[in-house]
Design a binder for this molecule. Structure first.
Ligand SMILES: [Zn+2]
Length: 290
């Protein structure tokens, strides 16, 4: 059973086993649902295995040097998690040693997400009632969000993909047509005028550019390391799959296609299949620190 020592320096919190190897640094251990934690792992000798486990899910860390003794990656905290303490397990093994497991407690606070009521009428209401269609599109998107590209395309922080006011933030409880069942907002909605240019929020490769009935005209960009961004309800798509885009490059025009009640872009970020709040990716100097 490894004994942990805790070292606090600047914004990073470091953990290591009793053998002082590996040393694991986290950007935070006290977070809200929808947060992203940056993780760095350093070992004196090359590692053969380096796996993370959080909330019953295996996550990948990526080697950042040729010796395989330094790894980096991100952990997305699901928006559905109830407040409490959760365990992050870090499992490592060298060619000659037994597997080593470090367990790090992660405190998840109450997100205090607001409620948002939406009334759908006419064709939008009919579309919303096609549950299978909505579910199939969501599954198609989730499958793409599990893309794990070892190359990291980004070299700077994310940008907001369009200017404008945020009408609904991340994690908000969504109630459609007074129904009892609530949904949770998986991104942020930015409101502006029809055909307002939508920019790539960071550098990456377009992996999806297609018209969907409920999600509207949709673009997904792969930024590498399991980080992908999505743009929904566009009036026009200006890019094609496999196209490489730079941060700030025009990729589409704002609209209200699919299940949308007003002109906006729904912008989301996924980290290894977990939808996270995109806002800290713009403002935090910790999440992407070249
Ligand atoms: Zn939205």
């Amino acid at each position: 059973m490894p004994v942990l020592r805790l070292v606090l320096f600047l914004v990073c919190i470091s953990f290591s086993s009793i053998t002082a190897e590996p040393i694991v640094s986290l950007s935070s251990t006290n977070v809200k649902p929808g947060s992203t934690i940056k993780i760095h792992l350093k070992n004196r000798t090359p590692l053969q295995t380096c796996i993370l486990q959080f909330d019953r899910k295996n996550l990948t860390l990526f080697p950042t040097d040729a010796r395989n003794d330094q790894f980096d990656g991100y952990i997305g905290i699901p928006r559905f998690l109830t407040p409490g303490t959760y365990t992050l397990s870090v499992i490592t093994q060298t060619q000659t040693s037994l597997p080593e497991k470090i367990e790090i407690p992660i405190t998840v606070q109450d997100g205090k997400f607001p409620y948002s009521h939406i009334t759908l009428i006419g064709t939008k209401k009919t579309l919303f009632e096609k549950e299978d269609l909505l579910s199939n599109e969501s599954k198609q998107i989730e499958k793409i969000f599990n893309t794990l590209t070892p190359k990291l395309y980004i070299s700077e922080s994310f940008i907001k993909p369009a200017p404008g006011k945020i009408s609904t933030g991340f994690g908000a409880y969504r109630i459609y047509n007074q129904q009892k069942e609530t949904q949770r907002h998986a991104g942020i909605d930015i409101v502006n005028k029809i055909n307002c240019p939508i920019m790539a929020s960071n550098t990456g490769k377009v992996v999806f550019a297609q018209s969907l009935q409920t999600h509207g005209n949709t673009i997904i960009i792969d930024h590498g390391w399991g980080i992908l961004s999505i743009y929904n309800h566009l009036n026009a798509i200006l890019v094609s799959p496999n196209q490489t885009v730079k941060v700030g490059e025009r990729i589409g025009l704002m609209g209200s296609t699919g299940l949308s009640t007003g002109t906006h872009v729904h912008w989301g970020i996924s980290v290894q299949g977990t939808r996270v709040d995109p806002s800290p990716w713009i403002t935090s100097t910790v999440l992407y620190n070249p």
